[in-house]
Design a protein around this ligand. Sequence first.
Ligand SMILES: Nc1nc2c(ncn2[C@@H]2O[C@H](COP(=O)(O)OP(=O)(O)OP(=O)(O)O)[C@@H](O)[C@H]2O)c(=O)[nH]1
Ligand SMILES: [Mg+2]
Length: 368
Amino acid sequence: MLALDFFAQLVAADTAPKIMLVLALLVSIFGIYVVLSSRRDRAAANQVATHVTRDETSNKTSYDASQTDLSVRDRISKTRSSFAGAISVALTRSSITQQTWDELEEALLRADVGLTTTARVLAPLRELVKSKKITQPKDLASALQNEMTAQLSQNSRELNFDSSLGAPNIWLVVGVNGAGKTTTIGKLSAQQRALGRSVLLAAGDTFRAAAGEQLETWALRSGAEIVRGAEGGDPSSVIFDGVARATAQKIDLVLADTAGRLQNNTNLMEELAKVRRVADKGSGKVTEVLLVIDATTGQNGLTQAKQFSQSTQVTGVVLTKLDGSAKGGIVFAIETELAIPVKLVGLGETINDLVAFNAAEFVSALFD
Ligand SMILES: Nc1nc2c(ncn2[C@@H]2O[C@H](COP(=O)(O)OP(=O)(O)OP(=O)(O)O)[C@@H](O)[C@H]2O)c(=O)[nH]1
Ligand SMILES: [Mg+2]
């Protein structure tokens, strides 16, 4: 036993420093790990913070009037390159032949200008060539540009606001599902607020709950009031309530959102006609009916414009998504065939991306 005790003491005496050493090592490794991982966490946190800041800037939630002075030419670069590309094929030949006319016609049709307008634009050019006032294909380009500008409306593109009403002006915003109605209302609200007008948004799109929430976000961003109804409720009554509240609070302008489709079988056009009637019955007055058309839907937009125009007496078109792959020709088709002026164009998804439509600037941006 004595020998065993003595042996155990010997071992203990021998291993104690070793255990101490191992423990010291473990503590140091743990310490290094703690320091390193806290550094890594801090770096990750910084990265998230940078993302948030960057996202916040790119979302541009606050309206900045100077930002609306966008170069339309730059923003419609995709539209321009497809239009100018198609036209230039026809105009770089050595002489004007039947092929030139065929190619020009095809290019205009492909750019969504439409049959009627294409014929109207080319007829005067043929006369110029016949009378030998134009002999070179390249000279056709500027004549075409002039002719296309002349097709566009000479009427005012101002938004109708009657300040002598003594009651709210109501602007109804209509259009098919996904065209950009709610986004346009948000941008428009910001612009009107910047002009010093008080604005109320009426959430007449009761088709889905998210529509009201989306409009609420735009009300917050643009500093407007909002009136919402229950999901599936009667759109006309939401707009009527909105106008009543605007009247009570002496609000200048009601921007009324509407659905692009319905949950029941009621015809959308019938419903919109009712919305228009009811909106006019209250204390305010409908001074503008804006039809929002997604420019990338091409000739289909023209059919939509015809239908909406019959039921709600559209006073102006907002052409959205011209920053995308739209072909641009739809502007001419709408203006020449329906005589509805394009008043605004949407050039992106943020609050500053809505500008007044300028016909001459648009046509020259399409050509060069
Ligand atoms: N690139 C681009 N996107 C746009 C423009 N206008 C709207 N959008 C986008 O188009 C999508 C549909 O826009 P909304 O405003 O919700 O369209 P809506 O007509 O209200 O649609 P519904 O409520 O479903 O009928 C959204 O993702 C918008 O951000 C524009 O001018 N350019
Ligand atoms: Mg909407």
